[in-house]
Design a protein. Structure first.
Length: 118
């Protein structure tokens, strides 16, 4: 059953990434409101103390990050790992809609399949 699950995951991930444009991290601000794929190193991570959301900063350490990936606490159950620990320092592909939060680009992720480690 595990090989089938892996095959299903890889097929879904390939399909998801194939349907969205991959853009350079430096260009993310030009794609607000669009669903894109971005590839970059996770430079810093943080778990918010009040809400327990996971934040992954790409393109710089907070507050100089170019993009923040946010995983709400309610979506952490969809991950088999702890994102702020496992993804720190790794280069990842992330797919999602780019929005702004306090003037900074972010992508909210709900499932582990939206992130692929390079």
């Amino acid at each position: 059953m595990k090989p089938f699950t892996l095959l299903l995951f890889l097929s879904f991930a390939t399909l998801t990434f194939a349907q969205t444009p991959t853009i350079p991290l430096d260009d993310v601000r030009n794609h607000i409101g669009e669903t894109v794929t971005v590839c970059a190193e996770v430079k810093s991570t943080f778990k918010t103390p009040q809400h327990h959301h996971s934040l992954l900063n790409m393109g710089g350490v907070y507050p100089e990050q170019k993009l923040t990936i946010i995983i709400l606490e309610k979506h952490l159950k969809n991950f088999s790992y702890i994102p702020v620990e496992y993804l720190a320092g790794k280069t990842i592909y992330v797919t999602g809609e780019v929005t702004l939060f306090k003037g900074k680009p972010q992508i909210k992720v709900k499932r582990a399949s939206e992130i692929v480690v390079q």
